[in-house]
Write a protein that binds this ligand. Structure first.
Ligand code: C5P
Length: 334
């Protein structure tokens, strides 16, 4: 028997990036939101005298055993790390069915790792404590821990310090998938260069600004009761929180560098946004360091119209929706 896991993707609803830290990583403040769009990770594992991990994938850009670089794959790394932590040897095969773009800023590689860890636990009938799983996830990549929470997630530190936020409402999302791939490490590097040349000094302030704005949005307050003092429905509150987040300005600090390196991406954002008359998105922008862009819409009709605008200009566009925490977990195992 094998265990199959949906490896859901994410977008960033706001991403403030600070200056490089002494360890070379950048401090950041972000709100991650998981999406229904996913890859599928399949794992077979059984205890053995010696550990052997093989990895297959249906996409040539994914590190695999056939390419000879499986140990670079996030899923391979987390399985290896978990077995070491458990002091277990096992024969493990990992298969990744890629539907999501590689280097898209949708966290696909990171989600593959989280999915592999969950599948490994089930295959070997083990339950690692949550804190151990979060630690293993953070060792593999800054964007991996968020996928152990799902839904709407606050990301601090280098992105790996995650806290669940009350879910924002489910909304249709259009993901535009340009042909170019963006290396996250390079995008950070370019951002540093640009900020140095502009004597940019607001890095830490930006993190604090966004953190404060987010705290205000999610602080329990009078907004939880209507004018007659009656508690408001959670769904109404979530709608208000999303609108407050949009008003705060869902900006992504990567856009300035990535758009100037790839001007076509700025144009795709314009197509997602559309015109006054076309049912504008609640927000739109680059996800992570890109190159995927998203538009978050109030209605499916508006989302479909945006999907068509993007496709007509020759860029692949997928219609999906934001995935709340409860359905994230109830749909994760196939
Ligand atoms: O953590 P992850 O492996 O996903 O990060 C990829 C690269 O992006 C890192 O090697 C680092 O160069 C850069 N990075 C960063 N600051 C972060 C996250 C990633 O500089 N907060």
């Amino acid at each position: 028997m094998a265990t199959r896991v949906r490896s859901f993707s994410k977008i960033n609803l706001g991403l403030a990036i600070g200056p490089p830290r002494p360890d070379g990583f950048h401090g950041l403040t972000t709100v991650y939101q998981t999406l229904a769009l996913h890859d599928v990770v399949t794992i077979k594992a059984r205890p053995a005298a010696e550990t052997s991990i093989t990895l297959t994938a249906n996409h040539p850009s994914v590190p695999s055993s056939a390419r000879g670089d499986a140990e670079k794959n996030t899923a391979w790394r987390i399985v290896s790390g978990a077995l070491k932590k458990l002091d277990l040897s096992a024969t493990v095969s990992i298969d990744i069915e890629k539907l999501l773009p590689v280097q898209g800023g949708l966290g696909a590689g990171s989600a593959n790792a989280a999915a592999a860890l969950l599948a490994l636990e089930r295959e070997l009938s083990i339950n690692l404590p949550e804190d151990v799983k979060l630690e293993l996830a953070a060792e593999v990549g800054s964007d991996v821990p968020l996928f152990l929470l799902g839904g709407t997630v606050l990301g601090l530190g280098r992105g790996e310090l995650v806290s669940p936020l009350p879910d924002l409402p489910s909304k249709p999302v259009v993901i535009a998938i340009p042909e170019v791939g963006v290396s996250t490490a390079l995008a950070f590097h370019e951002l540093d260069k640009r900020r140095q040349s502009l004597t940019f000094q607001q890095g830490t302030d930006r993190l604090e600004l966004l953190s404060r704005a987010l705290a205000a949005i999610w602080t329990p307050s009078a907004a939880e009761h209507d004018s007659s003092g009656i508690a408001r429905r959670t769904s109404d509150l979530a709608e208000d929180q999303l609108l407050a987040l949009v008003r705060t300005g869902i900006e992504n600090d990567f856009e300035e560098v990535v758009f100037s390196q790839h001007p076509s991406l700025r144009q795709i954002k314009r197509e997602l946004v559309g015109s006054e008359t076309s049912g504008r998105p609640l927000c739109a922008g680059l996800s992570g360091s890109g190159s995927a862009l998203f538009g978050l819409f109030q209605s499916e009709a508006d989302a479909r119209a945006a999907q068509q605008r993007v496709q007509q200009s020759g860029t692949r566009a997928i219609l999906t929706e934001t995935l709340l925490r409860a359905p994230y977990w109830s749909n994760i195992f196939l």
